[in-house]
Design a binder for this molecule. Sequence first.
Ligand SMILES: [Cu+2]
Length: 119
Amino acid sequence: MGIIINLIGVFLIVFIIWWFWIYKKQSEAQVQGSALDIIVDSGVYEPSVVHTKAGEEVTLRFIRKDSNPCSEKVLFSGIDVSADLPINIPYELTFTPEEKGEFEFACQMGMYRGKLIVE
Ligand SMILES: [Cu+2]
């Protein structure tokens, strides 16, 4: 009996790690015009992969629905952009990516993950 409970425990831990850190439903979007809405909810950015062009100003409108403090910050790596997101109030982040490349963006703990692809 003890071993089964241990196995269930191990399974749950693996599942939780997989759910939060490994499994991410990916959805892609191209910034059309100037602004793109990104929903922040249930551990995922939607869309989580954003395509844009180098040298063009973009506005990412983050709409945070998750009240978990984990989702408050969004930090971009490789470009000097970050923000504190209010709950249920769209937050517009406007910047111009100058260099081509792939730039990850995430919450502080890295549970929310997204990618900005500059072409
Ligand atoms: Cu987090």
